[in-house]
Design a protein around this ligand. Structure first.
Ligand SMILES: Nc1ncnc2c1ncn2[C@@H]1O[C@H](COP(=O)(O)OP(=O)(O)OP(=O)(O)O)[C@@H](O)[C@H]1O
Ligand SMILES: [Mg+2]
Length: 262
């Protein structure tokens, strides 16, 4: 069982989209997959066309078993939905010194008990106790980031926080950057991608193209694999040398190679 969390304190960078797309991708490939919404906005539900619900609050705050609060949304795909009561989880974590560690331990134990293969956590755009709890629980942290100058500034803050958390715990501290909203025609995004790779090397995953299809799919209650499996966001873009680069299908392949090889 492997746990991934998707963290960036910047809003609207593609965290939820990546969780829903990669999670449903894992499920399609036969992996028993759990998506956990740790954001009071409850956007996993919105993206999958289901109702927001106090799943995270019931699990963590009311201490109900995971099995009781999760919903089946597709073959192999389960969701612990969120809503604004997730704020109460955060409140308790602030009060209790070991709240974050307890979150991590319980999640690992219960997901293993349910024979999950992968768990993906969607986080709110901030860097507080829930993000730390998610880091502690994770085998891998994925940092989706847009490729503008102002976006890259925040990346250093998160990677520092991951390193600090790793130093104080048994968390492996492995992280990957996932460039999103990649626009192959603008110089700006190319330049920023080069900067990211210079700074972080192989920890930078191939980019996800900017693609309106990703914004359209949720309105139809569909994942992108159901709505537009041939679109650029899934299949990548073709560069000047005729090579296909990036896209969620390629990222999914890389993550599967990562967990199978680990
Ligand atoms: N590669 C992309 N191309 C075009 N639109 C995208 C792309 N990725 C995500 N979007 C759209 O951008 C919006 C924000 O994406 P998303 O909700 O995944 O970001 P987020 O990081 O989870 O935001 P928040 O910080 O508020 O939780 C959504 O409408 C989504 O459909
Ligand atoms: Mg989100």
């Amino acid at each position: 069982m492997k746990i991934f969390s998707f963290i960036n304190q910047k809003g609207g960078v593609g965290k939820t989209t990546s969780v829903v797309t990669l999670g449903s991708g894992f499920a399609l490939r036969g992996y028993k997959t759990l998506l956990m919404d740790c954001d009071p906005q409850g956007h996993i539900a919105t993206q999958l066309g289901i109702h927001k619900a106090p799943g995270l609050r019931r699990w963590y705050y009311d201490e109900e078993p995971l099995e009781q609060v999760m919903m089946t949304v597709r073959d192999n795909l389960y969701v612990v939905p969120g809503d604004k009561t997730t704020d109460r989880v955060l409140g308790r974590m602030r009060e209790e010194q070991w709240g974050t560690a307890e979150f991590a331990d319980r999640l690992r134990e219960e997901s293993t008990g349910l024979e999950m293969d992968v768990v993906l956590l969607d986080l709110a755009p901030s860097l507080n106790h829930l993000q730390i709890a998610a880091m502690l629980a994770s085998d891998y942290v994925i940092i989706p980031t847009r490729l503008r100058y102002t976006d890259l500034d925040g990346v250093n803050e998160i990677t520092r926080s991951i390193s600090e958390t790793a130093r104080r715990s048994r968390m492996p501290g492995r992280f990957y950057l996932l460039p999103t909203f990649f626009d192959r025609v603008t110089r700006e995004t190319h330049q920023r991608l080069v900067e990211l790779v210079t700074a972080f090397g192989r920890q930078v995953l191939p980019p996800i193209p900017q693609d309106v299809k990703l914004a359209e799919a949720p309105g139809r209650g569909m994942t992108i694999w159901e709505y537009a499996p041939q679109c650029a966001a899934v299949q990548g873009y073709i560069n000047g040398n005729g090579k296909t680069i990036g896209g969620y299908a390629a990222i999914l392949d890389e993550l599967i190679a990562l967990i199978e090889g680990a």
